[in-house]
Design a protein around this ligand. Structure first.
Ligand SMILES: Nc1ncnc2c1ncn2[C@@H]1O[C@H](COP(=O)(O)OP(=O)(O)OP(=O)(O)O)[C@@H](O)[C@H]1O
Ligand SMILES: [Mg+2]
Length: 208
């Protein structure tokens, strides 16, 4: 566990659960990863970006309530649920969502070892932002070609991978952005956020 942060700047390590296929196990794995990290003695923060379902948030609330009820000293993460903003103007929604995300990162960056981020099973601004922050992306997958189809296409006779899907392309682009931001060396989480802010302003200027 300590090897993960060896040689890195003092900043939380980001684990993102992502897959555009709904019901693939993202929230379930997020809970298990967060609890396993806490049991290993790590300081863990959690962020729920699926503010419609809030499965991750409800799990943590239930864990807290159960610990109180059963008088158990259960480990609990510092938790944030970032609401999706659904106003009329997409650009304004993104500004509000970015600001809430950046505020959470600022709060946890230097006081936690890991941040585990659960994302919704559909494309969204916050989901993309999280993927561009990931040090590790975990994509749970059901054992089915129907589920694999969200990641890539395969030749039906040879099973050779013949193409990448929308989600895989989004991840590829997020990784590309990350390499640009990091300039070959892992950057602090706050710096990655600053860079994304700069990109967002640039894109908005371009769109005008
Ligand atoms: N490893 C597993 N084995 C069997 N069932 C699982 C496993 N992981 C999750 N499930 C079940 O699969 C269902 C979906 O899980 P979960 O809500 O974690 O997926 P999700 O990817 O977060 O879904 P969504 O995209 O809707 O947010 C739940 O009923 C859950 O109990
Ligand atoms: Mg979920």
């Amino acid at each position: 566990m300590s090897d993960v942060s060896a040689g890195r700047p003092p900043s939380a390590y980001v684990v993102v659960l992502g897959n555009e296929k709904g019901g693939s196990g993202k929230s379930t794995v997020a809970m298990h990863v967060a609890v396993a990290l806490m049991k290993a003695g790590q300081r863990v923060a959690t962020i729920d970006l699926d503010s419609r379902q809030k499965s991750f948030t409800h799990y943590i609330e239930n864990r807290r309530a159960w610990a109180k009820h059963a008088r158990l000293d259960l480990e609990l993460p510092t938790h944030f649920c970032i609401a999706r903003v659904e106003g009329h103007k997409v650009a304004d929604n993104e500004v509000a969502e970015f600001s809430a995300f950046a505020k959470a990162v600022e709060t946890l960056e230097h006081t936690h070892d890991f941040v585990v981020i659960d994302t919704p099973g559909h494309d969204s601004y916050l989901m993309r932002l999280a993927h561009s922050m990931a040090d590790t992306l975990i994509t749970p997958l059901n054992d089915s070609f129907v589920d694999f189809d969200v990641l890539g296409t395969v030749d039906p006779a040879t099973f050779a991978v013949t193409g990448t899907s929308h989600f895989a392309e989004m991840v590829r682009e997020a990784r590309r952005q990350r390499r640009v931001v990091d300039h070959g060396a892992d950057q602090r989480l706050g710096r990655r956020i600053d860079q994304q802010d700069g990109r967002r302003h640039g894109a908005q200027r371009h769109a005008r």
